[in-house]
Design a protein around this ligand. Structure first.
Ligand SMILES: *Cc1c(COP(=O)(O)O)cnc(C)c1O
Length: 343
């Protein structure tokens, strides 16, 4: 009954974080301020939960469009940006889906579930991208779709503007620039949105991971076509109400993002001072580190009550690499002190 290739893959593993300091999933560590909670709860309490949600979401698309400086018909809303990645791969013309490696795993995972070919280009050892080689691969594999996360996950670096420009000018398919970490980066490539360039954004990393809301900004015609493979009521009423409310208080989340960036720089300085740790440049809300024995450090941190992400794979570009999400100042201190004990 189930496809053999599906039976053969292992399920996406979300580790148990019960009782641990959670620095593994790029969540915003700051809770929603008390003064917003009661108003939010009141709005949710007044919702017509017996009715299906607004399927077209014009109000919400308009609100997002205003914030982003595009038209409402250039906005596509997904149940997390993961769902938009799925819509893109479902609707894409034949040809490969091009990605760098390592990058966000869902591009490749979803392509595999949908039996679409994936073409991946290894990054250089410093995690930079050879843009010409990427373009050549796209041409050779007749890629209809390419994903570039800017900043990249799990490496944290940005692709230079000239490279992105070169790719947009020469790629014949649709380039999807995934700015999941945009709120923590120095620049955006939103000005490049066009006929063959789409931008992905999400509320997840900004403080609303529990909501599941992501969106794409792009060419109105392409957005209209993608809309045809969107499930009619993909965003529930409670999420729609919540997002409209949070957009009214967006500055709260921007403030938190600023604090997270400050903490990132403080962490970077502290970790750079440790001779046995290599810290890679990051414009996201996490840092990528290399240590001598990642498995042991990861396990030791877990014993000390701190959960991070172990990316170690022998012989891979991420050999002995760990990824730590920026947490609250006291959580970051706990991490730094525990790490010092383990290296
Ligand atoms: C976390 C992440 C996403 C997923 O975001 P959701 O909106 O929570 O589905 C998308 N892209 C990248 C690069 C990410 O790291």
């Amino acid at each position: 009954m189930i496809r053999n290739d599906i039976r053969a893959i292992s399920a996406y593993h979300v580790p148990d974080s019960d009782g641990l300091i959670k620095l593994d999933a790029m969540e915003n560590p700051y809770p929603l301020p008390e003064n917003l909670r009661s108003e939010w709860a009141r709005l949710l309490g007044a919702s017509d939960i017996n009715r299906y949600p607004d399927a077209d979401m014009l109000d919400l698309r308009q609100r997002i469009a205003e914030r982003e400086g595009v038209n409402a018909d250039q906005v596509l809303i997904g149940n997390g940006s993961d769902e938009i990645i799925q819509m893109l791969i479902m609707a894409a013309d034949q040809g490969a889906c091009a990605v760098p490696k390592p990058t966000f795993v869902m591009y490749e995972n979803i392509a595999r579930w949908l039996k679409r070919p994936v073409a991946s280009l290894p990054l250089k050892p410093d995690f930079s991208l050879d843009a010409m080689a990427f373009l050549n691969m796209c041409a050779r594999e007749k890629a209809s779709l390419a994903f570039l996360a800017c900043p990249n996950n799990p490496t944290g670096n940005m692709w230079p503007r000239e490279d992105i420009q070169k790719i947009t000018e020469n790629f014949r398919g649709l380039l999807v620039i995934d700015e999941a970490y945009g709120p923590f980066a120095e620049q955006t490539y939103s000005d490049m949105i066009g006929r063959n360039v789409m931008l992905l954004r999400t509320f997840s990393k900004l403080g609303m991971a529990g909501l599941r809301l992501g969106y794409a900004l792009g060419d109105a015609e392409i957005i209209a076509d993608l809309n045809k493979v969107r499930l009619p009521y993909n965003i529930n009423s409670l999420t729609q109400i919540s997002v409209c409310f949070f957009l009214d208080h967006y500055e709260v989340f921007e403030e938190q993002a600023k604090k997270i960036c400050g903490e990132r720089e403080r962490m970077r300085a502290a970790l750079t001072g440790l001779t046995k740790v290599e810290v890679f440049p990051s414009q996201a809300n996490f840092l990528l580190l290399r240590v001598a024995k990642a498995d042991a450090v990861f396990a030791g941190l877990k014993d000390a009550g701190i959960l991070i992400k172990n990316l170690h794979a022998k012989g891979s570009l991420l050999e002995n690499c760990l990824r730590v999400t920026i947490g609250l100042p006291e959580e970051n201190d706990r991490f730094i002190n525990a790490l010092k004990e383990l290296i």
